[in-house]
Design a protein around this ligand. Structure first.
Ligand code: SAH
Ligand code: SF4
Length: 345
């Protein structure tokens, strides 16, 4: 079976040409898939019956099944998809009161980076997702929202996996989000653990796509204990690459910081961070830790969070506390899979 959604516009043209179809048929099918948001070939009513039959017999739309779904009281919907080879990946859809609809998608099954606090890191690396599998998660949300008269407005690559460890497929999928689904580059954000060569490469792409860096600690000893990647690229080297990115693109970067009670949430750590980020064109996103099975850390108390923000402010570093969305449904990265496998391994 061919996954039609996994094909780029050119590949779709090549497939239909190989079936002896005229070029405008590929345009028609493309229009149905993306502008009109067809969820099934049977909806493509202006195609000749023969072509529709062949498409129905030889292709599928989006090669993934929903293995589990959870809905939060705050409207967040978390999905676990089963890929063609049985691997499980998560997508989260977050609706906001101002009308934004943000999809948080995965770039790999598992992750090789081994951050100790992360449920995906705890499971290890399974495999890279293809560009079609990455794009397919977004396409599916796009189609479902469209059917309800809503529009997918934003995408963040903050689900399972390290996007820059799967660089080319991620970039191909991002380009298709823009060209096929009309999602603006500024509404797409890639979050990375801090792979320096890829940050440098990304700076040269000439895209307005946002960049978020997972920092979480302000000294090398502390960061290496949480995030093994820090042993390869120290904080100094990482921040040098970030400065280069800001200089080249003129864009502000986001730093992600999971606040862990008594670990990286003290005023002393906030001061270390403030000193390091002073003068960097950035914003810090603070998010109280989502506890996971393989790590004993707990989220910070509200008082600590407030003091952390205030301290960063004294260094001129803007920081906001992110609301933990879908906390009642384990919406943290990798956590739904953990639950499902516990119930039925
Ligand atoms: N691999 C990429 C993107 C996926 S993780 C990265 O690490 O940036 C998305 C964000 O969730 C990262 O900032 C990551 O550090 C954070 N995260 C992972 N586990 C978490 C947890 N248990 N609680 C809070 N944030 C977590
Ligand atoms: Fe991988 Fe990101 Fe989790 Fe680290 S935080 S293990 S890089 S998914």
């Amino acid at each position: 079976m061919i996954d039609l959604v996994a094909l780029s516009k050119d590949e779709l043209g090549v497939l239909l040409a190989s079936w002896g179809e005229k070029p405008f048929r590929a345009k028609q099918v493309h229009g149905w898939l993306y502008e009109k948001g067809a969820a099934d070939v049977s909806e493509m009513t202006d195609l000749p019956k023969g072509l529709r039959t062949r498409l129905a017999e030889e292709t599928v739309l989006g090669a993934m099944d929903v293995a589990a779904e959870q809905r939060s009281k705050d409207g967040t919907v978390k999905r676990l998809y089963r890929l063609a080879d049985g691997k499980l990946v998560e997508t989260v859809l977050m609706p906001y009161a101002d009308g934004r609809r943000t999809a948080c998608i995965s770039s790999q099954a598992g992750c090789a980076m081994g951050c100790v606090f992360c449920a995906t890191g705890q499971m290890g690396f399974k495999r890279h997702l293809t560009a079609g599998e990455i794009f397919g998660q977004v396409w599916r949300q796009h189609v479902e929202l469209k059917a309800r008269g809503e529009r997918l407005s934003n995408v963040v690559l903050m689900g399972m996996g390290e996007p820059f460890h799967n660089y080319e497929p991620v970039m191909e999928a991002v380009r298709r989000m823009m060209s096929d689904l009309g999602i603006g580059a500024r509404h797409i954000t890639i979050s990375t653990v801090g792979l320096v060569p890829q940050i440098e490469r990304f700076a040269d792409e000439g895209l307005q796509v946002g960049l978020a860096i997972s920092l979480h600690e302000a000294t090398d000893a502390a960061r290496s204990a949480l995030m093994p990647v820090n042993r390869r690229w120290s904080i100094d080297v990482l921040l040098e690459a970030v400065r280069g990115y800001v200089e080249k693109t003129g864009r502000r970067v986001t730093f992600e910081w999971a606040l862990i009670h008594g670990t990286n949430d003290t005023v002393e750590v906030a001061e270390q961070l403030g000193k390091r980020l002073r003068g960097v064109h950035c914003h810090v996103n603070l998010i109280p830790l989502n506890p996971t099975g393989g790590y004993a850390g707990l989220p910070s108390d509200p008082g600590r969070v407030e003091a952390f923000v205030e301290t960063l402010g004294r260094y001129g570093v803007p920081a906001t506390v992110r609301v933990r969305r879908g906390i009642d449904i384990d919406a943290g990265c990798g956590q739904l899979r953990e639950r499902v496998l516990e119930a039925a391994p």
